[in-house]
Design a protein. Structure first.
Length: 120
């Protein structure tokens, strides 16, 4: 995966340099210089990003496990009930969909957004 990023970056920089080189030709349009510059910048950006994520991988453990319980404010989970059947819901029944907490009731299979809670 990382090797692919470096290869893609190398290709981008390679073609970017060719475009900039071509821009010095009086017959070519100055837009070439812009295209070349942008692709070189993206290439270096990928290298920077790839090397940065490698450094972060060593220290921090993967965090995707806690993501699904990432709810706004402190939700009182013991009082949270399905608005369709009244069954008690756990954090496992709530998933973040497009930035909004969505409840999937394990009892009646109702799916709805957690937006009408007056407490938070
Ligand atoms: Zn329900």
């Amino acid at each position: 995966m990382k090797a692919i990023a470096y290869i893609a970056a190398a290709i981008l920089i390679f073609f970017g340099v060719i475009f900039i080189w071509g821009a010095f030709d009086p017959k070519s349009s100055p837009a070439w210089f812009l295209i070349g510059g942008v692709s070189v910048l993206i290439g270096f950006g990928i290298i920077w990003f790839a090397s940065r994520s490698k450094a972060g991988q060593a220290g921090a453990p993967p965090q995707n496990v806690t993501l699904k319980v990432d709810l706004p404010a402190n939700v009182a989970m013991d009082t949270l009930k399905c608005k369709s059947c009244g069954g008690a819901l756990t954090p496992d029944n709530i998933k973040m969909v497009a930035g909004a907490p969505v409840v999937t009731c394990p009892y009646c299979n109702t799916t709805y957004q957690l937006t009408e809670e007056p407490k938070w």
